[in-house]
Write a protein that binds this ligand. Structure first.
Ligand code: BGC
Length: 754
């Protein structure tokens, strides 16, 4: 009976969708029949007037006259509902066909309520919470006139030298896919025409995170095996979740730049994955194919549209050359029609033809943006994103009566905590750590502050980090004078809290670093603080996993807080004082040394696995193979014990399932949350498998002393992989199951797939 009902519901839903599609198709066909070739090409043109943060060297010019002439399909980087309205007015009042514009923006980790950077958010391992961040961001962004977010960024990233690791969810395809799905669902909701939802844009398709040597915009070369098994899954998850738009990446894939790569955009994305939304290029990435040496602007623009790209971001190659290519028969009218239809469909789906001003609502903007509730949400997410790396002798949590010396260039800083891509974030509205700590403690408690050092004394680096405003403020005082002041307050305190790390623009786009240790000025400060003999709690703000070897050995506790967003100071104080017990887990390994990179938990075993007693094994002479902190790692003020891993059977058939259970006990006196992780290891495979792969996780809250049985269901689906012939299936044989609180410390059991 229930099944019948489900079938009827599904059938009715598909009929409704069919009818809606037919209506949209008829509307667009009728509109396109009125359009000239120039107007169709105009729709493919995405410009930025440069009122936001331009990420390339080009900013669009004559935007107003181009809109009037029907030469613009959408704009991005227009900040504020009023400006959006001005631009939309021009399109719907002064252009011949009155086609409304799309308004996009890099809403990457919140709109005005800035959340932690995505890498931080991913360390919550809480997909329901992550979805909430996207819902809230969409609500604020749409109230501000926007209908398109250039997010989520789902590029798997295993090289922390690459600054853009800040924008993604780390190294793992399974975790990355779960987060991709949550973000897309959060932004798009159930109905794109709802004025509180917007078009998501999954990016950067594809493999951008694998740029050689971690240098931004660099070449990528990867086997299909690795691509299908490890790098493509999060994009695919976003497509399966119904993402409406996709952005092509800057890099080449198998020798062809993504923006002109037919295999990638058409064969894989449209044909295999059945993606039917719109594909936009990255910022001037069509033009840049000339630098990739694929020909002049006309040639690369033709290549892009023929490959399946629909919209050209900023470069105007489509605008300036497609008509010529059409006349010369280098492209067909069908190519232009396809791309134009995709852009118009996106506009139709968000309801712009029904109401071009649907997303402009000054009243909603004044009531729903940056509300106290939204800020509470940012604070909560931030507390969940912190990863406690070290906590000797229970230094943390602090007691509210302790005399604290709060020291460091990021301890009283408002501009860096927002992190990269906070295009609409206002540093003036953010809470620095000093303020957070002060509001946690009574006014009679000794809380002394000193800057202690600059983030860096390197003026050339500072200049590069200050392109969007002052982030690295080199003090007028000498480093020695700053240090002296810091040591004086340290000496009269019970505990030192040192807040150090990277400025926001030391990570993110075009911010690769070869040396990812803490800057020398901060290292010197930390060493001097350790030498005082006071317990030192190191709080690290950064946009990437840093190499901390040599910098934290003297610390009593280390809390990794990333760039934690607008409520960073309050959230850090919540965790330092134990009002929130940390539960974040690393979504990316923290290297021991830059020379190991890429270092990630699923690395293959090799034919000569590491054996410290054997010279001829896969290892370094001078450093360990292992990272300093592994993927999945993170401490709590509570302690957890894993016992009694059991499987319900020791064989599994293709259709069957087995249950893995493990007893998790909070052995401490405080309540806490633990992310229980399930990894599967394929013992025999026709191609070399990853050493183990994350296949499940659960965030579990346990009261002090409480014990719970945690259960995972293992199915054949979880054992599948892409074979050498690119068939997706499992292979019979032995498997191991590993369960634990990080990718290193695990309990194991085994089973056989029949
Ligand atoms: C970035 C994209 C971004 C775009 C628009 C590019 O440089 O790679 O991630 O969405 O600029 O700002």
């Amino acid at each position: 009976m229930k099944k019948m009902l489900l079938i009827v519901v599904l059938f009715t839903m598909s009929q409704i969708i069919h009818a809606q599609d037919a209506k949209m198709n008829a509307f667009i066909a009728s509109l396109m029949s009125k359009m000239t070739v120039e107007e169709k090409i105009g729709q493919l043109n995405l410009l930025t007037p440069g009122w936001g943060i331009p990420t390339g060297s080009v900013v669009s010019t004559d935007v107003e006259s181009k809109i009037k002439a029907g030469k613009v399909g959408g704009l991005f980087g227009v900040i504020g509902a009023e400006k959006v309205k001005q631009a939309q007015d021009i399109a719907v009042q002064q252009s011949r066909l009155k086609i409304p514009l799309l308004f996009g923006s890099d809403v990457i980790h919140g709109h005005k309520t800035t959340f932690p950077i995505p890498l931080g958010i991913s360390c919550t391992w809480d997909t329901a919470l992550i979805r909430q961040t996207a819902i809230l961001a969409a609500n604020e962004a749409t109230a501000d006139g926007l209908n398109w977010a250039f997010s989520p960024m789902v590029d798997i990233a295993r090289d922390p030298r690459w600054g853009r690791v800040a924008e993604g969810s780390g190294e793992d395809p399974f975790l990355g896919s779960q987060i991709a799905r949550a973000m897309v669902k959060g932004y798009q909701g159930n109905d794109l025409a709802d004025k509180r939802t917007l078009l998501a844009c999954v990016k950067h398709f594809a493999l951008y995170g694998a740029s050689e040597a971690g240098r931004d915009y660099n070449s990528v070369d990867m086997s299909r095996n690795r691509m299908y098994n490890e790098y493509l899954p999060p994009y695919k998850a976003a497509v399966d979740a119904g993402v409406a738009t996709i952005m092509s990446s800057f890099n080449d894939v198998d020798g062809v730049p993504a923006s002109g790569n037919k295999w990638l955009l058409t064969d894989l994305l449209r044909k295999d994955w059945k993606f039917n939304g719109m594909i936009v290029s990255d910022y001037t990435s069509v033009n840049e194919m000339s630098n990739h040496r694929l020909g002049d602007l006309q040639a690369v623009s033709a290549l892009a549209i023929k490959a399946g790209l629909d919209m050209d971001m900023v470069g105007e190659g489509f605008l300036s050359t497609l008509k010529k290519s059409l006349q010369e028969k280098k492209i067909s009218m069908a190519d232009i029609d396809r791309a134009c239809r995709k852009v118009l469909e996106a506009k139709y789906k968000v309801g712009l033809f029904a109401d071009p001003y649907r997303y402009i609502d000054a009243e909603r903007a004044s009531k729903e943006i940056l509300t106290p509730e939204n800020r509470m949400m940012a604070r909560k997410v931030a507390t969940q994103s912190f990863v406690l790396l070290k906590n000797e002798k229970q230094t943390l949590p602090l007691k509210k009566t302790q005399r604290v010396a709060l020291i460091g260039p990021l301890a009283n800083d408002k501009s860096n905590m927002l992190g990269t891509w906070a295009v609409s974030g206002d540093p003036q509205m953010s809470i620095p750590v000093l303020q957070g700590v002060q509001s946690k403690t009574s006014s009679s408690t000794y809380i002394a502050y000193a800057k202690g050092s600059n983030i860096t004394d390197d003026t050339a680096l500072a200049k590069r980090a200050n392109v969007f405003g002052l982030r690295v403020d080199i003090d007028k005082r000498s480093p020695d004078a700053m240090l002296e002041e810091a040591l004086a307050i340290a000496k009269s305190s019970d505990v030192v809290v040192a807040v150090v790390g990277e400025a926001s623009e030391m990570s993110g786009e075009a911010a690769s670093r070869a040396d990812i240790t803490l800057p020398a000025a901060e290292q010197k400060l930390l060493k001097a603080l350790y030498a005082t003999g006071k317990p030192v709690v190191v709080v690290i703000m950064s946009g990437r996993p840093l190499v901390l070897t040599g910098s934290i050995e003297g610390a009593a506790a280390v809390l990794q807080v990333w760039h934690a967003g607008i409520e960073a100071g309050n959230a850090i104080a919540d965790v330092l004082y134990g009002d929130v017990n940390p539960s974040g887990k690393l979504s990316m390994s923290m290297p021991y040394h830059v020379g190991q990179i890429p270092v990630y938990y699923s690395q293959k075993t090799t034919g000569r696995p590491q054996d410290l007693n054997n010279k001829f094994s896969s290892r370094y002479l001078d450093i360990p193979n292992e990272p300093l902190f592994p993927f999945g790692y993170g401490l709590s003020y509570a302690s957890f014990e894993y016992t009694d891993l059991k499987l319900s059977a020791n064989t599994i058939g293709r259709e069957g399932a087995i249950k893995a259970t493990i007893q998790l006990t909070n052995t401490s006196k405080v309540d806490g949350a633990e992310v229980v992780q399930l990894y599967i290891e394929d013992k025999v495979r026709s191609i070399t498998p990853p050493s183990k792969e994350l296949k499940g996780f659960q965030k579990v809250v346990l009261k002090a002393g409480e014990s719970k049985m945690i259960e995972f269901t293992i199915t054949n689906e979880m054992l599948k992989f892409w074979s050498a012939a690119l068939q997706y299936d499992s292979e019979s044989g032995e498997f191991a199951v590993h369960v634990g609180g990080n990718s290193r410390d695990l309990k194991a059991a085994g089973f056989v797939l029949k």
